[in-house]
Design a protein around this ligand. Structure first.
Ligand SMILES: Cc1cc2nc3c(=O)[nH]c(=O)nc-3n(C[C@H](O)[C@H](O)[C@H](O)COP(=O)(O)OP(=O)(O)OC[C@H]3O[C@@H](n4cnc5c(N)ncnc54)[C@H](O)[C@@H]3O)c2cc1C
Length: 479
């Protein structure tokens, strides 16, 4: 993954992808693999947007049973299986359990039926998977089994519970970088810290896309036959650059809390709160709790995070959660159906009818299904380009979707020379997995900063600025 701005501006691409989150990354890989001349520009760093905040659950879509949305459920099951197959070093099965209190529609019998239907709908969930990546059938737990798995859980009215297996991506950042390696190996031209600042439209067609290298503060023009807007929550801001006047998609602010302690260890544990399930998820020797949603202007982030912590403390009284447990607050904007409810459907919009021929937007709703959504988007682009080529990302192993190896100095050099880390935060947070669970050890920061300053010839003033920028990330994500 090399930053090649000369090729970015020097050729006409078939496809220019705007946004290097998980949807943009999968789109660039898919397009390049189909033989399209592909470029991707990312305003900040790859995966620094919404994709950085995920709870890391690769959902099989059990929740879609509530609305009998079997199509969504099938898509999630297929994509869970795909990720287990193409990124086996990072994606693993993870058991989930929910306790039941009482009987009937909200009790253990209803859950047992849901698990049974889940197994039937996902009968092919393990097709082609190696034994250690297979998802076993769900099962009912009796009261004692449940109490053994979740010591301290309130016993009054407890009738048992249900256990099913989903999956978890250990490092969503490394998975995304693995996708970019695959894209680059197929010839995609990728650049981080390059922001789209203007989209010129002439005679109803999108022409030149104006970009800025935000580190060098230099402007360029990029040409492409079609432009895919994969800017996530910034979709409408990018559309505005092209003069689009459509009504904006409502956004919600989603929050997770990363906890210092392994509050749960063997399984993720669900709890009903205000009519919806919260989950405590074991991850990287710690736990994460998610997810809480409000309209972004409803309250400040700190107030939302504290409110969510109070809700968690009520829902998991046995966990004894307090502010001292929180090492990091994840927050990202996700598309809503309206200003209160999440949408479960991705959007793929061809803006031709709005007088913006050559511009297509894709807005996904789950990390889990990003590959499939990208494939659908690229299917559409190939049609628009008059090309007939099918996607193969579902069956291509992501060989570089693995943790980096070697001592910290050599991993840092790999991050710089093979993975386009341009800042201390790029390297620490999204290449080396140091700081994804909270502020990293000072010795690690020192070592990574030392290697980066050597490799990138940073001045002492630059090193200081990079350290301050990294510290600011954690200051903004503290409780
Ligand atoms: C708290 C939280 C928890 C979640 N948990 C889960 C989970 O457990 N499982 C799951 O499947 N999903 C989960 N999700 C959803 C998932 O994270 C998102 O659906 C996914 O990451 C969105 O990816 P994206 O590529 O569409 O957007 P983003 O990751 O936001 O990427 C868009 C990119 O576009 C770039 N961009 C914006 N404007 C420009 C411009 N002008 N020029 C160039 N680039 C630009 C941005 O910098 C950004 O990097 C969660 C989301 C949140 C917020």
């Amino acid at each position: 993954v090399k930053r090649d701005l000369a090729t970015l501006v020097g050729r006409e691409h078939d496809v220019l992808v705007i946004g290097g989150g998980i949807h943009g990354a999968f789109s660039a890989w898919d397009a390049a693999q189909r033989g399209l001349k592909t470029a991707l520009v990312e305003a900040e760093d790859f995966g620094a947007g919404t994709s950085w905040n995920s709870l890391k659950t690769i959902h099989g879509g059990l929740r879609y049973l509530q609305t009998a949305d079997l199509a969504r459920m099938r898509e999630s099951i297929r994509e869970r299986r795909t990720l287990l197959r193409i990124a086996p070093a990072l994606v693993r099965p993870l058991p989930f359990l929910v306790p039941t209190y009482g009987h009937g529609m909200k009790g253990r019998e209803a859950l047992a039926v849901a698990l049974l239907v889940n197994d039937l709908v996902s009968a092919d969930r393990n097709r082609g998977l190696p034994r250690e990546r297979r998802i076993p059938a769900g099962r009912r737990l009796d009261r004692d089994e449940l109490r053994a798995l979740v010591p301290g859980i309130p016993a009054e009215g407890l009738t048992g519970g249900g256990l099913w297996v989903d999956a978890q991506v250990e490092s969503s950042e490394r998975l995304l970088i693995g996708v970019l390696h695959a894209a680059a190996s197929e010839g995609a031209v990728l650049a981080n810290h390059v922001r789209v600042v203007g989209i010129d439209v002439a005679a109803g067609r999108v022409g030149v896309v104006r970009v800025e290298d935000t580190r060098a503060r230099a402007g360029f023009e990029v040409r492409a036959r079609v432009v895919l807007n994969a800017a996530g929550p910034a979709m409408d801001e990018v559309l505005a650059l092209a003069g689009a006047t459509r009504a904006p998609v409502p956004l919600l602010r989603a929050v997770n809390l990363v906890l210092r302690r392994p509050v749960v260890t063997q399984c993720a544990v669900g709890a009903l709160s205000a009519g919806r399930y919260l989950f405590l998820v074991p991850w990287a020797g710690r736990s994460m709790a998610g997810t809480h949603y409000v309209a972004p202007d409803a309250m400040p982030l700190a107030e939302q995070a504290l409110g969510f912590l109070a809700e968690l403390a009520r829902a998991y009284p046995w966990a004894g959660l307090g502010p001292e447990d929180v090492s990091l607050v994840h927050s990202g904007r996700v598309p809503g159906r309206d200003s209160r409810h999440l949408t479960t459907r991705h959007r793929l919009i061809d803006h031709r009818r709005e007088g913006l021929d050559g511009l297509v937007s894709v807005q996904g709703v789950k990390y889990t299904t990003a590959r499939a959504v990208a494939e659908e988007a690229v299917d559409h682009l190939t049609l628009r380009l008059g090309r007939n080529c099918r996607g193969r990302t579902a069956t291509t192993r992501l060989t570089r979707a693995v943790p980096l190896e070697g001592d910290l100095a050599s991993r840092t050099r790999t991050a710089v020379h093979e993975e386009m880390a341009l800042s201390l935060a790029d390297a620490m947070l999204r290449r080396l997995d140091l700081g994804t669970a909270g502020p990293p050890a000072a010795t690690d920061v020192d070592e990574v900063a030392r290697v980066l300053s050597e490799e990138l010839a940073w001045s002492p003033a630059r090193v200081l600025a990079e350290r301050e920028a990294l510290a600011a990330v954690f200051a903004g994500a503290a409780l």
